[in-house]
Design a protein around this ligand. Structure first.
Ligand code: DMJ
Length: 470
C-alpha cells in the first residue's frame, strides 16, 4: 500500500515537472531550465491590490475613450491607430494580464471585441516585429490560457500573412510587409527585429503541426548569427538582402536587445540546443566586450562589433531587461549586480530616462514611455532568489511610475523625466508588460514561472510538445 502511494507521488511529481501531460501522438514536453523559482514565495496582497487598481484605471480609460482602437490618448481622451485599420493593440496586449489578475468580466469583453472584430485582411504595411510580439504573441498566449480555437485561427492567419517578409535573398525578414499583397518594405533591418520572432512563429508551428513558421524564423536567426564578427558580436543595422552590416555599433539596447533574449528563450522553450549554442557564444561576447564597469557599477555600453573598441557609454530604460535574461540563463551574480545599476537610474533621476551617460550620469534622452524592463528584472530576481530586496525595489519602481504618470483617464508617457511633462499616449505594453510584471512580483502564485517562457511583450507561452508525426 505504502509502496503504491510512493509510486503515485513520484508519477504525479514527474507529470507536474513536465508541465501539461503530453497529448496523443506527441513526445513529452521539455523540462530543461538552468534555474527554477525559489521555494516559499509569498503574496503581498496590498501591493497586488494596488497594481490591479492601476490596471483597472488604465483599462477603464481605454474602454471609455478608445474602445475598438489601438491606443488610448490619456490626456485628450481620444485614441490613435497604428495603421489605416485598427488592430486592437491594447485589448490584445492586455488580455492575458486580465486573465492572470482574475479580471474575468474585463477579459471576457476584451475577448469578444477581439474575436468579433479583429481582422488582418487589410491592405496595409505593418512592422513585422511589433505585430509579432504584441499581436501574434498575444493571440498564442490567449489561446493557451483560454483554449478557444478562434484565437489560434487568428494567429495562423496572421502568421501566414507575415511569412512573405522572409522572402529576402538571405531569408532574414524585411521590417515591413503588406498584410494582403505580401509586398516587403526596404531591406535595412536590425538584430532585434530579425531575431525576435522565434518564440511566436515556433509556437505557431508546434500548435498547428506545420513546421513552415519555425523553419523560416530559425533560418533567419541562423543567417544573422552567422554574420557575427570574429569577436562574436552583432552590429546595429544589416541589409537583409546582401547581408552586409550598415552600422557596426554593438550594444544590448533597442535594436539588438531581444535578439539576445530570444536566443536563450528559444533554447528553453523548444529544447533546441542550436539556440543554446548561439546564446552561449553571444552571451560570452557581450559580457566580454560590451560590459563596462564604472565607479564599481556594472553597465553595458557600446563598442564596435569588429574591434571591440568602445564607441559609447550610454545606457537606459531598454537595457534594464538584461538582468532578467542573465538570471534566466543562470548567471545570478551578474544579474544582481546589473540590477543594482539599473535601480540607480530610478534613484538618481526619479524615473528612469530613455538614455543617459553612465560615466557622467547626464541624461541624453529624457523620455519615459511607461516601459516595463526594470519591473521585469525585479520580478525575475525576486522569483529566482526569493530575496525580498528585489520585491521592495520593484514596488518602489511601481510607485514612482504611478506617481509620475497617472492622469485622470489613464497613464501617460513622460516626455521628460526631469519635469514629468507628459505625452498624449499610453503604450499597449503598459498593460501587457509593465503592470503584468508588477502584479506577478506582488503575487507570484498567479503563474507557474517554471513552466512558461514570456515573449518579449510578456505574453506567457507554454512549451508545446513536438508532434512525432508530421
Ligand atoms: C516592448 O515592446 C518589448 O518589451 C520590446 O522588446 C522592447 N520595447 C517594448 C517595451 O519597452
Amino acid at each position: 500500500m505504502r509502496r503504491r502511494l510512493v509510486f503515485h507521488v513520484v508519477l504525479l511529481t514527474l507529470l507536474v515537472a513536465c508541465g501539461r501531460p503530453a497529448e496523443t501522438g506527441q513526445s513529452a514536453a521539455p523540462a530543461i531550465r538552468p534555474v527554477h523559482a525559489a521555494p516559499g514565495l509569498t503574496t503581498d496582497s496590498a501591493f497586488a491590490g494596488e497594481v490591479k487598481a492601476a490596471f483597472m484605471h488604465a483599462w477603464e480609460g481605454y474602454v471609455e475613450y478608445a474602445w475598438g482602437h489601438d491606443t488610448l490618448k490619456p490626456l485628450s481622451g481620444g485614441y490613435s491607430d497604428w495603421y489605416s485599420s485598427p488592430l486592437l493593440m491594447t485589448p490584445l496586449d492586455g488580455y492575458d494580464t486580465m486573465v492572470l489578475m482574475g479580471l474575468t468580466q474585463q477579459a471576457d469583453s476584451a475577448k469578444a471585441l477581439i474575436l468579433d472584430h479583429l481582422s488582418f485582411d487589410h491592405d496595409m504595411d505593418v512592422q513585422v516585429f511589433e505585430v509579432t510580439i504584441r499581436l501574434l504573441g498575444g493571440l498564442l498566449s490567449a489561446y493557451q490560457l483560454n483554449g478557444d480555437p478562434r484565437w489560434l485561427t487568428l494567429a495562423t492567419d496572421l502568421g501566414n500573412r507575415l511569412l512573405p517578409a522572409f522572402k529576402s535573398k538571405t531569408g532574414m525578414p524585411y521590417r515591413y510587409v503588406n498584410l494582403v499583397t505580401g509586398a516587403p518594405g526596404d531591406s535595412l533591418s536590425n538584430p532585434a527585429e530579425i531575431g525576435t520572432l522565434t518564440l511566436e512563429f515556433g509556437t505557431l508551428s508546434r500548435l498547428t503541426g506545420n513546421p513552415k513558421y519555425m523553419v523560416a524564423v530559425k533560418k533567419a536567426v541562423t543567417q544573422l548569427y552567422d554574420r557575427r564578427s570574429p569577436l562574436g558580436l552583432v552590429g546595429s543595422v544589416i541589409d537583409v538582402n546582401d547581408g552586409h552590416w550598415v552600422n557596426t555599433n554593438s550594444h544590448v539596447g533597442g535594436g539588438i536587445d531581444s535578439y539576445y533574449e530570444y536566443l536563450l528563450k528559444s533554447w528553453l522553450l523548444f529544447d533546441d540546443t542550436d539556440f543554446q549554442h548561439m546564446w552561449e557564444t553571444s552571451r560570452d561576447a557581450m559580457n566580454e566586450y560590451v560590459a563596462d564597469t564604472v565607479n564599481g557599477h556594472l553597465w553595458y555600453g557600446r563598442v564596435d562589433m569588429n574591434t571591440g573598441k568602445r564607441t559609447g557609454t550610454t545606457s537606459g530604460a531598454l537595457q534594464a531587461y538584461l538582468p532578467a535574461v542573465l538570471a534566466l540563463g543562470g548567471d545570478l551574480p551578474r544579474a544582481e549586480r546589473l540590477m543594482d545599476s539599473e535601480y540607480l537610474m530610478w534613484t538618481t533621476f526619479g524615473v528612469e530616462p530613455e538614455s543617459f551617460d553612465y560615466t557622467t550620469m547626464k541624461i541624453t534622452s529624457p523620455g519615459y514611455p511607461l516601459r516595463p524592463e526594470s519591473l521585469e528584472s525585479a520580478y525575475y530576481l525576486y522569483t529566482l532568489t526569493g530575496d525580498e530586496r528585489w520585491r521592495d525595489m520593484g514596488e518602489d519602481i511601481f510607485h514612482r511610475i504611478v506617481t509620475a504618470t497617472q492622469v485622470a483617464n489613464g497613464f501617460a508617457d513622460l516626455k521628460d523625466v526631469r519635469t514629468d511633462a507628459k505625452s498624449d499616449r499610453m503604450e499597449s505594453f503598459f498593460l501587457a508588460e509593465t503592470l503584468k510584471y508588477a502584479y506577478l512580483l506582488a503575487d507570484p502564485s498567479a503563474l507557474d514561472f517554471d513552466h512558461v517562457i514570456f515573449n518579449t511583450e510578456a505574453h506567457p507561452l507554454h512549451p508545446v510538445p513536438r508532434k512525432t508525426t508530421g
